[in-house]
Each structure stands twice: as structure tokens, then as C-alpha cells.
Write a protein that binds this ligand. Sequence first.
Ligand code: NAP
Length: 264
Amino acid sequence: MNHHPPQRYRAVLTGAGGGIGSAIARRLAPHADALLLVGRQAAPLRALQAELGSHVQVLCGDLTAPETLAAIEQAARAAGGLNLLLNNAGVSQFHSFQTQSPDTIRAMLDTNLLAPMLLTRQLLPLLHQAPSAQVVNIGSVFGMLGYPGFAVYGASKAGLKGFSQALRRELADSAIAVRHFAPRATRTAINSAAVDAMNNALGTAQDTPEAVAAAVMEFLAGTAWQTTMGRKERFFVLLNRLLPALPDNAIRKQLGLIRQYLPK
Ligand SMILES: NC(=O)c1ccc[n+]([C@@H]2O[C@H](COP(=O)([O-])OP(=O)(O)OC[C@H]3O[C@@H](n4cnc5c(N)ncnc54)[C@H](OP(=O)(O)O)[C@@H]3O)[C@@H](O)[C@H]2O)c1
């Protein structure tokens, strides 16, 4: 079936209290009849709700806990169903892989990969009830271009992209489109001071969360199955697929500088 983006959204947005999530919530709210904001911390979600209006609801919970997924389904059902699931919550740690703690490694895969998969699974029956619906997974350029210090984060985001593609094909004869949006470096709290300093030293372009949210809104209204932010980033992702030795060499040259910032 062809994907026809809905004009009005009934949406679940995870990680809504964060940098990119809150910017998306602000842009999405005027186009939504119902918007459920999900995150662990109540304060930023409540503040958004007060700002955006009574069609916005808040659900506080940890997405790695099965009861949170069930509570989201219940809340979405009570709100009259949904036609948009935006899997945006995520965590990151820039670290030397050899000394990264196994608990942190598990938490990153749980939050960035398993949680969106299990939430999607939980909400598919409701999404199927909508005349047209979409699942949008927020990935990362690092899921398509492996980068030092981001081995686990990159693996989680590469997994999310693979999941998005396969499920999109599995649901190709349904009214649910599964789509993937990859931001590049963005100025939010997910990036440690070391990452910010490294990005500045490397001259890496960094978007504002507002710019990412504007691009997400455009993406929602379109039909492409995936997009990546930044012309240069799109070029490197393509090069990485076609001629990976070139990014190997370019990143090898940056490694000395990266190591100055990489926590050991
Ligand atoms: N900023 C970047 O440079 C960048 C680049 C590419 C992709 N991305 C992706 O963009 C998305 C949004 O990130 P951001 O930059 O806006 O980071 P952020 O400001 O840290 O926001 C992430 C949000 O996810 C929520 N979250 C994390 N773990 C959770 C859990 N277990 N259960 C429920 N909520 C959880 C956090 O809220 P609580 O702590 O309240 O739970 C937080 O509000 C992420 O998927 C990230 O990987 C970011």
C-alpha cells in the first residue's frame, strides 16, 4: 500500500523531555489531536504539557521496563488510538570500547534498540486500526558511519536502521509506514562536554534541536522511507557504503585528535 501521511496526528513521542524531543513536541502539538509525551523525568514533560495544551498528555516511565510499554498502549488506546509512533528516546556514551562497562553497553542497546522494537510491537495492533499510520525511528549518522568512541552507540543505531528497513518491508502491504530519520551532531544534553569539545576541535557541524525538529516535521509530511541530516554527512554515508576505505583513511587521520577527548 502507498504511504499517505496523515494530516492530523495522534502521536506517541518518546524522549519528549529531551533536546530534540521537546523541540519536536512544540512543532507537532499544533498538528496533533492527541499527543502522548513519554520520558522518565516528570518535570520537563509537565512543563511541556502546561505550555502546549490539554490535548497533550504525559506518561512518566522507563522505556526499558515492560510495564511502561503496556501503560503507553493503554494511554494511547484511551486517547482514541494513534497514527504516529516517534521512537526518539535514546542514550549515548562516548568512550573507549575496551573499558566501557558491560552495564552501560547493555543499557545503551536496551534503550536505543530493544525498547523501540518492543514499543513498536506493543503498539502495532493500535497502529493497524488507523486508516494510515507511521512509525518513525530516530537513528543517527553514527549508525551508518562507524566512528571511534561510538562503537556501542553506533551498533544500537545501526540495529535500529536495520529493524526499520525490515519491518517496513514486512508491513509493505499494510497502511503502516516504518521510517527512519537520522540527525547529525545536535546541541543537546546527550553529548558530554568531551563530545562537544571534540566536535568543536574537528569543526563538526552541529544542528540546533529546533532545526532537527523542523526537518522531522517535513519528513513526517513526506513519503521518503529515510533521511539523513546534512549534505556532507549524506555524502560520507554514501561513500562509506561504496568505498569504505576512504572514510577509513579520513577517520584514521582524526584518531590522534579523537583520542585526546576519548574517555579511557
Ligand atoms: N544530539 C545528537 O547529537 C544526536 C545525534 C544523532 C541522533 N540523536 C538521537 O536523537 C534522539 C534524541 O536525543 P537528544 O539529542 O534530544 O538527547 P537528550 O536531550 O538526552 O534526550 C533524550 C531523551 O530520552 C529520554 N530517555 C532516555 N532513556 C530513556 C528511558 N530508558 N526511558 C524513557 N526515556 C528515556 C530522556 O529523558 P529522561 O532522562 O527523562 O528519561 C531524554 O529526555 C536520540 O535517539 C539520539 O540518539 C541525537
